[in-house]
Write a protein that binds this ligand. Structure first.
Ligand SMILES: Nc1ncnc2c1ncn2[C@@H]1O[C@H](COP(=O)(O)OP(=O)(O)O)[C@@H](O)[C@H]1O
Ligand SMILES: [Mg+2]
Length: 368
């Protein structure tokens, strides 16, 4: 083929491209077409979305310019070209300057001599692990901060309360009634802060009592506790997998964990309880091959606590496991923080999905 011929062919190809790519436009997975020099010639809308760039801006770039480690993807394309028509797959972490790393499963297929079609599928599992890891780091730092702060508040608090008591004894009898009101405010507020601080410090102070735990015993205890508090209008349905084995753990901590979650659900269900159709489901299942805090387990307990309440308010949804985040008047915002800490101490994971009508707290714990 001489030069003008080649030029003509390219020209016609370009004109034909809309037809050639029509099917790719509708695909949910991201597709890039690169030429012999790894320059992007085409990107479907899903790819534009994934890379957060328009076709126009993409098509002026090479893989090496798009990703700081674009060489890896380039190498995959080179291999695809060398084998021609065979497709090659690889999990890649594509680094982008100033952006979140993209974890993708990449499939490269050669289309003739030099073009390569690259399919990119986001690796959601990896994304989740990354988020979880970042959250763990962050929550660890938060907890340390809170603990130190709590200690700093705790120390002078005793002094303040004691001084107020002494002051009360020294009040002139003539004004005792009105002045005592003030010292009582100091004492009561000091007590309230003391309780708060104790609760902040509590999870780290209690000894860990390890024994064989039957998760259904835990669920049953919580169920009867909550039903005693909400005897009418609330159904707590059990959906147990009886084959779940016992595991080593601290039963009291796990009861507290499940209780905090079920209790929140019951509180959120207030208006449905009044109507009489409030429901909480306790579901236990076995999960296989799960990764918890970077460790892979063959078996895990998969516990769901599901309610049909209004859902978690969107403004706090991302932060509910942080200390002092509450959506209720008079809430301490510590219930879920404690649950998170206890689950972590059992090497597990806790997460939540919520929309109006369905809130699902999920706890995963390693099983023997
Ligand atoms: N099942 C649920 N449905 C709706 N909102 C919930 C649910 N569970 C938790 N929440 C929200 O998360 C907040 C934090 O819960 P928590 O840490 O137990 O603190 P507290 O109960 O003291 O407010 C609650 O105040 C509530 O707004
Ligand atoms: Mg609570």
């Amino acid at each position: 083929m001489n030069e003008p011929e080649r030029e003509r062919e390219r020209e016609s190809e370009r004109r034909n491209e809309p037809a050639r790519f029509a099917g790719l436009e509708l695909l949910a997975s991201s597709v890039l077409l690169v030429d012999a020099l790894d320059g992007v010639r085409y990107a479907n809308p899903a790819a534009e979305n994934l890379l957060d760039a328009s076709l126009k801006s993409l098509s002026r770039q090479t893989l090496a310019a798009l990703f700081s480690n674009g060489g890896e993807l380039g190498a995959l394309c080179a291999q695809a070209r060398a084998h021609q028509y065979a497709d090659l797959r690889q999990d890649l972490a594509l680094e982008r300057p100033g952006r979140e790393t993209l974890h993708v499963h990449a499939i490269a297929s050669a289309l003739g001599e030099d073009e390569v079609l690259i399919e990119l599928r986001e690796n959601v599992q990896q994304l989740k692990l990354d988020r979880e890891e970042r959250f763990l780091d962050q929550s660890q730092a938060n907890k340390e901060l809170i603990r130190n702060l709590a200690h700093e508040i705790k120390n002078p608090l005793g002094g303040i309360r004691g001084a107020a008591q002494l002051l009360e004894l020294e009040l002139p009898p003539l004004h005792l009634g009105e002045l005592k009101e003030y010292t009582q405010v100091i004492i009561k507020e000091a007590d309230r802060l003391q309780t708060l601080v104790d609760r902040l410090l509590a999870p780290h102070r209690k000894p860990h009592i390890v024994g064989d735990v039957n998760i259904h015993e835990v669920c049953e205890r919580v169920r009867s506790l909550v039903l005693a508090e909400f005897p009418h209008g609330l159904a707590i349905r059990r959906d147990y997998d009886a084959s779940i084995p016992e595991f080593r753990g601290d039963m009291e901590q796990l009861i507290q964990t499940v209780l905090n979650i079920v209790h929140n659900a019951a509180q959120a269900l207030a208006s449905r309880i009044a109507l009489g159709d409030a429901e909480i489901v306790l579901r236990t299942r076995v999960a296989r091959q799960v990764t918890l805090a970077k460790v892979r387990y063959g078996l895990a307990l998969d516990l769901h606590i599901i309610d049909n309440g209004p859902g978690i308010a969107p403004e706090i949804r991302d932060r509910i496991f942080y200390p002092l985040v509450s959506g209720r008047d008079g809430g301490s915002g510590l219930g879920l923080t404690l649950a998170h800490t206890f689950v972590q101490q059992h090497l597990g994971m806790i997460e939540c999905e919520s929309r109006p009508g369905l809130t699902d707290f999920r706890i995963l714990l390693p099983l023997p």
